[in-house]
Write a protein that binds this ligand. Structure first.
Ligand code: SF4
Length: 495
C-alpha cells in the first residue's frame, strides 16, 4: 500500500522526529516492497512561516549558525524575541486549526497553508496516511490536516491512521466518535500494527516490541540542515519504558510497555553509523530515564569503540552517581544531564516515591559540575501536600548550589489519569474537578488524561519562584527553544 508517514506541527523546530525514524526503519526492514514516503511537516510549517517576515528569516539563519554567533549568550537572548514572534504566528495557526476542526470553517489563507503542507501527500497518492502525534497540540493540527485531506480527496480512498505517544494520553474512543474521518488509532508501540496496515493485513494485538526486533532508527528522510540548530542533533533511544517506573505523578509510563534496553555494543554501533551516515556527533538520549548502570556500560563501550560524540541524558539523581562515574561519563562525551530533582524536600521526594536522598543532592550537583557536565534541574511546584517548609527546602537547595547549576526548568504539578496519584486522589489530598478538553466537535468533547484539580498551591509556589529565579544563575535561558540547544551550548562551554 502506498504509505505516507507524517509528523504534523507544532513541535520545536529543533527536533528531528524520532518516532518517524523508528517506524520507517521498521517498515523498510520488514516490508521493503512498501512504497513509503516520510515527511516532517512540522519543520516544513516553520519554514513556511519564517518566509513571511525578514526578521523571522534572519532568526532561522542565526539558529542554523549561518549568521551571527550562536554561542554568544547576548546574541542568543536577543534572538529569542524573533523566535517568540515566530512562535506566536505558529500559535495563531494552531488556533485556526482548532477552529477548523471544531466548526469545519476556516479562512482561505489558513486553508492554503494546509493545502501547501498536504501537496506532497496528494501528489504521492498515498493510500495510507499515518500521523505520528507526540504533543497535545499536534493532535488538533494533525486532525485538521486529516480533515482537509479528506475534503481534498473526495471519493478517493485513503486510510487515515493516528499513532504516537498522544494516543495513550487521551480517550481514543471519544476521538474516533468525534472524528469519523479517522479510520484507525494505533496506541502504544506502533511498529507491528503500522506494518500490518501498510501490508493490508489486520492489525495484531498491541504488545511491547521485543528489543531484538527494534531496528536502528532511520533518519534518512530528514534534511538535517533544515532544523533550527547550528549543528545536527539527533534524538536516540537506548531503552523503552522506565527502569524505575515508580514516580507517582509520572504519565510517561503509558506510551511504552515494560522496560527493555538494547544491547550496549549494538547501540553504540548505531551511534557510530549515525555519525558516519548523517554527520551527527551530538545525540539527545531521549530515553524516559537512563539508569546509572546503563549509562556506566554505555560510557565504557563508547570509550572502547573510541567514538568522538557528545550526548545529553535524563537522570534520576540517585547516590549511585559518584564522582568517578560522572567523570567517566564526561570522558565518553556526556555534556549535559537533566536531573529529575522535582523538589529539595525529602518529605515530597518520598511522597512521589523518587528514591532520592535530598541530603545528597548538593554533592551530586557539585560533582556533576566538577566533572565538566552541565546541570539542568527539573523542578515541579505544587506537588500534592506541598507546604511552605517543602518549598523552602527547594529554595535552599538552589541557594547551596546556585553557582554550579546551569539551568532550571520549573513545571506546575499536573495530575494525569491512571497515575498512582490519580488512582487514589483523596489519599494525597487532591480533589479532581474535571478532565481537560482537547477539543469539541459536533457536540462531542474529546478529553485528554490530564485531570483538573485545585492548583492554587502550585500557582502560589510558581509566583514566588519567579522572583527567586531572577537571581539564580540557572536562568532558563533555553527553556523556550529546543533541548537540542542545551546540549550544543553545554558542549561549547566545555571546549
Ligand atoms: S519520572 Fe522519570 S524516573 Fe520517574 S517513573 Fe517517570 S520516567 Fe521513570
Amino acid at each position: 500500500m502506498k504509505t505516507m508517514l507524517i509528523f504534523p506541527p507544532p513541535a520545536s523546530p529543533t527536533y528531528v522526529p524520532a518516532g518517524l525514524a523508528a517506524l520507517s526503519a521498521y517498515v523498510k526492514i520488514n516490508a521493503s516492497e512498501v512504497p513509503l514516503v516520510v515527511m516532517d511537516m512540522n519543520i516544513e510549517a516553520w519554514h513556511l512561516l519564517a518566509k513571511r517576515q525578514s526578521e523571522f528569516e534572519r532568526h532561522v539563519r542565526y539558529a542554523q549558525g549561518q549568521e551571527g554567533n550562536f554561542y554568544d549568550k547576548k546574541q542568543y537572548l536577543d534572538s529569542l524575541g524573533a523566535y517568540a514572534g515566530l512562535s506566536a504566528e505558529m500559535d495563531s495557526w494552531w488556533q485556526s486549526a482548532k477552529h477548523y476542526l471544531e466548526s469545519g470553517k476556516a479562512e482561505s489563507r489558513f486553508l492554503s497553508l494546509l493545502d501547501a503542507l498536504l501537496e506532497p501527500a496528494i501528489a504521492f497518492q498515498a493510500e495510507l496516511m499515518g500521523f505520528s502525534l507526540l504533543y497535545p497540540k499536534q493532535v488538533v493540527f494533525g486532525l485538521a490536516l486529516a480533515l482537509r485531506l479528506r475534503e481534498k480527496l473526495g471519493d478517493r480512498r485513503c486510510r487515515i491512521v493516528l499513532g504516537g505517544a498522544m494516543m495513550t494520553a487521551l480517550d481514543t474512543k471519544e476521538l474516533l466518535a468525534a472524528c469519523p474521518f479517522v479510520d484507525d488509532i494505533v496506541p502504544g508501540e506502533g511498529e507491528e500494527a503500522f506494518l500490518a496496515l501498510c501490508q493490508g493485513r489486520p492489525t495484531p494485538a498491541n504488545r511491547p516490541l521485543p528489543v531484538e526486533n527494534i531496528p536502528p532508527p532511520d533518519f534518512s528522510f530528514a534534511d538535517l540542515s533544515q532544523y533550527f540548530n547550528p549543528e545536527p542533533v539527533l534524538p536516540v533511544l537506548f531503552s523503552r519504558g522506565c527502569a524505575w517506573h515508580r514516580c507517582r505523578f509520572c504519565a510517561h509510563n503509558f506510551s511504552y510497555g515494560h522496560y527493555r534496553h538494547k544491547i550496549t555494543a549494538g547501540f553504540v554501533e548505531e551511534l557510530k553509523q549515525l555519525e558516519e551516515k548523517q554527520g551527527a556527533r551530538h545525540f539527545y538520549f531521549a530515553d524516559q530515564y537512563l539508569d546509572e548502570e546503563s549509562l556506566d556500560r554505555l560510557a565504557d563501550e563508547i570509550l572502547r569503540q573510541r567514538l568522538d560524540i557528545r550526548f545529553h541524558a535524563m537522570g534520576r539523581p540517585s547516590k549511585a552517581y559518584t564522582r568517578e562515574l560522572l567523570e567517566k561519563l564526561h570522558k565518553a562525551g556526556c555534556r549535559w544531564i537533566s536531573w529529575g530533582v522535582e523538589s529539595g524536600s525529602q518529605a515530597l521526594l518520598d511522597k512521589v516515591d523518587k528514591g532520592v536522598d535530598a541530603g545528597d543532592l548538593p554533592r551530586l550537583i557539585r560533582d556533576t559540575h566538577a566533572s565538566g557536565i552541565s546541570n539542568l534541574l527539573m523542578l515541579i511546584f505544587g506537588l500534592p501536600g506541598s507546604t511552605d517548609a517543602d518549598y523552602e527546602a527547594t529554595v535552599q537547595l538552589l541557594e547551596k548550589t546556585n553557582d554550579v547549576v546551569d539551568a532550571v526548568t520549573s513545571s506546575r504539578f499536573q495530575l494525569f489519569d491512571h497515575t498512582p496519584f490519580a488512582r487514589h486522589p483523596e489519599k494525597w489530598g487532591l480533589k479532581v474537578t474535571g478532565q481537560e478538553i482537547l477539543f469539541v466537535r459536533k457536540g462531542s468533547s474529546v478529553h485528554s488524561f490530564r485531570l483538573n484539580h485545585d492548583g492554587a498551591r502550585a500557582d502560589a509556589e510558581l509566583a514566588q519562584w519567579e522572583k527567586f529565579k531572577l537571581w539564580t544563575r540557572g536562568e532558563c535561558l533555553f527553556e523556550r527553544l529546543g533541548s537540542e540547544h542545551y546540549l550544543l551550548y553545554a558542549d561549547h562551554q566545555s571546549r
